[in-house]
Design a protein around this ligand. Structure first.
Ligand code: HEM
Length: 466
């Protein structure tokens, strides 16, 4: 029977009723526990994350190369795992969680908005928004520490608004943003609902404080995206032969071709606003943290900048300059290996699938533990070590061993956007500041809150370069 097929996979002992949520109880214990399970039970294992009412009560967790490749490249396993349902109230049927023909149609349209020619136009915005960040970081010159994550997040939000959405929001000019706070809350709540006996069901969720936090957060999140849409909607889209950026394109498609209702449009704006800033903000912050810990590698990044721009700290950076920052690219890749901003993703089988000698039954959640995959010594010798050089001759015979942007038909649509933005910001910061570890050294407390976070922030010390 179906169940028997999953039973072929090793399963750690769990609580008879609660399964494995009795060990995986919080967003901060996920990485530790999954890593330990894999160490002890192998690269693919069966977990029951919660009793049968739980979305992940029947799951395979994997870092097995062949299995990862098989599923992610499969053209019929495109549905997201059941825990993504907790995003619905926020992101509706946006690209991250939609599936079937609806997803296919939207993916095709939205791909146009990330064309190279459009990305080239964004470089100036990455630069000018980044300059505001440099000004804000300057206030921490010589101070004992700065939590870069908070400041970088505001910068990344301004960036996605001014590029894809075509609207200046200037969130960086304030210290806080209710939108940013609400994103953090929702990212956490979505994961906690997967792990909590009370939060999992809507009938008991409302008894918790998080229900009210979510209710308030959703009001703020949707209010913000609506204001972004409104600021564009009332302006007639210029008749132009130029390629159109994300929101212009969506407005045009919804207006001219009637394929997209305004509600559907807002769901995509909510999705891209979130995916387009929370991920890059985490990524950029982890890179700064790694550079602080690795002065030699930081020096190489700086030398590369000097080769490109001499001693000019504020050069007019072009798209092609960003392409030429090869060593920096290795640093970014190595950081995304050790700290993948999206550490876990999931798929769901809608029919029985045959893989090797196994039949994976219909209705199985397949969870890809990207964080664990990236630390496997099979593909990354001395996996715990920060070695950007490994990407100078990375063995591309195993493309599915390194998947910070996922892979296959549902990979990250914003991957090239993210790389350009990250290069623009990091190169700028390195030209202006020496990044050093705080004293005593700040130890990250990693937490899977959809995006990888550190519950105590991501802190470094900054010193202005002469
Ligand atoms: C360092 C930055 C980023 C990382 C590490 C990252 C990673 C990922 C990953 C792993 C997925 C697959 C998710 C899944 O299977 O559930 C994904 C999907 C997606 N990403 Fe990114 N992302 C980044 C930046 C961006 C940016 C800048 C945008 C938009 C401008 C974006 C938009 C999306 C969207 C819309 C999807 C869903 C695509 C689909 O299902 O067709 N991401 N991303």
């Amino acid at each position: 029977s179906n169940r028997n097929d999953l039973c072929k996979f090793p399963e750690p002992p769990g609580h008879p009723l609660l399964g494995h949520i009795s060990t995986i109880t919080s967003t901060t214990s996920i990485i530790y526990n999954l890593s330990r399970y894999i160490e002890n039970y192998g690269n693919t294992l069966k977990l029951n994350i919660g009793p049968s009412v739980f979305p992940l009560s029947k799951s395979l967790v994997t870092i097995d190369y062949k299995f990862v490749k098989f599923v992610l490249s499969h053209n019929k396993i495109l549905k997201k795992s059941q825990n993504y349902q907790f995003f619905r109230r926020w992101l509706g049927n946006g690209l991250l969680i939609s599936d079937g023909d609806y997803w296919r149609r939207h993916r095709k349209i939205l791909t146009l908005a990330f064309h190279t020619e459009i990305l080239k136009d964004f470089v100036g915005v990455f630069e000018s928004v980044g300059d505001v960040l440099i000004g804000k970081l300057g206030k921490y010159d010589g101070k004992s520490s700065v939590d870069v994550h908070r400041l970088v997040t505001l910068c990344a939000l301004d960036t996605i608004c001014e590029t894809a959405m075509g609207t200046k929001m200037n969130v960086q000019s304030g210290e806080n943003s209710q939108y940013v706070e609400s994103v953090q809350q929702m990212g956490r709540i979505v994961i906690e609902r997967t792990l909590s006996l009370i939060k999992v069901s809507k009938y008991t969720f409302w008894l918790t404080r998080d229900y009210y936090i979510q209710k308030n957060a959703l009001k703020i999140l949707h209010g913000f995206t609506l204001s972004v849409i409104d600021s564009k909607r009332n302006k007639p889209v210029e008749k132009t032969t130029k390629r159109m950026a994300f929101l212009d394109l969506l407005l045009k498609v919804s207006h001219d071709e009637n394929i997209l209702t305004i509600g559907e449009l807002q769901e995509e704006v909510d999705t891209f606003m979130f995916e387009g800033h929370d991920t890059t903000a985490a990524g950029i912050s982890f890179i700064l943290y790694c550079l602080a810990d690795h002065p030699e590698e930081q020096e190489k990044v700086l030398q590369e900048q000097k080769e490109l721009f001499g001693d000019d700290k504020n050069p007019p950076v072009t798209y092609s300059d960003l392409q030429d920052m090869k060593y920096l690219e290795c640093v970014i890749k190595e950081t995304f290996r050790l700290y993948p901003p999206v550490p876990i993703i999931g798929r769901y089988t809608t029919e029985e699938i045959k893989f090797d000698d196994s039949l994976i039954p219909k209705n199985t959640n397949i969870i890809f533990f990207i964080y664990g995959l990236h630390r496997s010594s099979e593909f990354f010798p001395q996996p715990e070590k920060f070695k950007p050089e490994r990407f100078q001759n990375f063995n591309s015979a195993f493309p599915y061993a390194y998947i910070p942007f996922s892979a296959g038909p549902r990979n990250c649509i914003g991957q090239r956007f993210a790389m350009l933005e990250t290069k623009s910001i990091i190169s700028k910061i390195v030209r202006h500041f020496e990044i050093k570890p705080t004293l005593p050294r700040h130890e990250l407390k990693l937490s899977v809150e959809t995006v990888l976070k550190s519950v105590n922030g991501i802190k470094v010390t900054l010193k202005k370069r002469n």
